[in-house]
Design a protein around this ligand. Structure first.
Ligand code: NAD
Length: 237
């Protein structure tokens, strides 16, 4: 059955692969994006693209109104939008820290809370949050990012406990290193060093993250909530 699916940050990278996976399965998909333009083939395939900065409560409210008007209440939310601002601690400004928390954690709180309105009414909902292996194990120069991504785990698990009786599930996917714009900034040397530590010996393709997200939103995952699933080629084990 076709569901109303919303993917934040769905215009590129992992979010785009997730949006495509749901659209290919026949769901009614909406994406939000902060800048640039969404790929033409995506909107041509019927995906609704809404410009929305998740750090702005008004833009989030507007985006939900538009999605609800066109697709009905959101039944599956994938909170994927996120940023990095890597810096060693002694060089990390307050702004470097708070802006990453504002987007990755508070922004996610905002979109999840708004989606839950409709999900509680429907007494059914699937929420998947995109964290990171860095949130589970830390990363040098990434204290801000790791704190935000670790925060998502506590957030999801609290909601899994709070709202399980209402038939809402909250799960977390923790990707390892994935070939996207976010990791393009790494030098060849950094990349080779990472790959040497990954048992599968390579980066993930965005589609490999999307497949796990799609599973967690499917009926096959109806008894899974509060789970944190690494999709990391074995990096974190
Ligand atoms: P990306 O930079 O290609 O995409 C990030 C997306 O988030 C973009 O669509 C961007 O528009 C959106 N976004 C950022 N700030 C936003 C804001 N304030 N409001 C609305 N949208 C905003 O990165 P990606 O690699 O595709 O990452 C997607 C998610 O996966 C992120 O949460 C990231 O932390 C996580 N992740 C990525 C990797 C990786 O190796 N690439 C690994 C683990 C986790």
């Amino acid at each position: 059955m076709s569901r109303s699916v919303l993917v934040t940050g769905g215009n590129r990278g992992i979010g785009l692969a997730i949006a495509r996976a749901f659209a290919d399965a026949g769901d009614q998909v909406a994406i939000t994006y902060r800048s640039g333009e969404p790929p033409k083939d995506l909107t041509a395939a019927g995906v609704l693209a809404v410009k929305c900065d998740i750090t702005d409560p008004e833009q989030v409210e507007q985006a939900y109104k538009e999605v609800e008007e066109k697709h009905g209440a959101v039944e599956v939310l994938v909170a994927n939008a996120g940023i990095t601002k890597d810096q060693l601690l002694m060089r990390m400004s307050e702004e470097d820290f708070t802006s990453v928390l504002d987007t990755n954690l508070t922004g996610t709180f905002r979109v999840v809370k708004r989606a839950n309105r409709g999900m509680l009414r429907a007494r059914k909902g699937r929420v998947v949050l995109i964290s990171s292996v860095v949130g589970l194990y830390g990363g040098p120069g990434q204290a801000n990012y790791a704190a935000s991504k670790a925060g998502l785990v506590g957030f999801a698990r609290s909601l899994a406990r709070e709202l399980g009786s209402r038939n809402l599930t909250f799960n977390v996917v923790a990707p390892g290193f994935v070939d996207t714009d976010m990791t393009k900034v790494l030098t060849d040397e950094q990349r080779a060093n990472i790959v040497s530590q990954v048992p599968l010996g390579r980066y993930a393709r965005p589609e490999e993250i999307a497949a796990t997200v799609k599973f967690l939103a499917s009926d096959d995952a109806s008894y899974i909530t509060g789970a944190v699933i690494p999709v990391d080629g074995g990096l974190g084990m």
